[in-house]
Design a protein around this ligand. Structure first.
Ligand code: THU
Length: 128
């Protein structure tokens, strides 16, 4: 699963719209039915309107009626592993995404869980 998600994230990166930062990101999210949703970063001249690749993928899935996920992968063109930003981590907490796979441009990847990436999160454990 990890390899497949990384491959889908690399493909999703092709559509990245990053004229301001030049930092192109792709993400691939797999749901509990093994359906994959992809995303890329979409920047804006009003920088705060930019949306990260991970959130594009998550919001696509939620908007299509799915809220239960198995994993998300994220890649960029960097040699370094691409870790999700704080806002994306908070969104991952919201939907309890159990596995976060971070890749680099050489196809290498590592996996983490949410507690590792978002310790002491402000969470929704008491909300249905
Ligand atoms: N970005 C992502 O899409 N995901 C991340 O995990 C980190 C940052 C985007 C936002 C912006 O378009 C560019 O990378 C530079 O910050």
């Amino acid at each position: 699963m990890n390899n497949r998600l990384i491959e889908e994230a690399i493909k999703a990166k092709i559509n990245a719209y990053a004229p301001y930062s030049g930092f192109r990101v792709g993400a691939a999210l797999i749901d509990v039915d093994d359906k994959i949703y992809t995303g890329c970063n979409i920047e804006n001249i009003s920088f705060g309107a930019t949306c990260c690749a991970e959130r594009v993928a998550i919001f696509k899935a939620v908007s299509q009626g799915q809220k239960a996920f198995r994993a998300i992968a994220v890649v960029s063109d960097s040699n370094d592993f691409t870790f999700p930003c704080g806002i994306c981590r908070q969104v991952m907490v919201e939907f309890k995404i159990p596995k976060i796979i971070v890749g680099n441009c050489n196809g290498k990847f590592k996996e983490y869980n949410l507690v590792e990436l978002m310790p002491y999160a402000f969470d929704n454990l008491n909300v249905d």
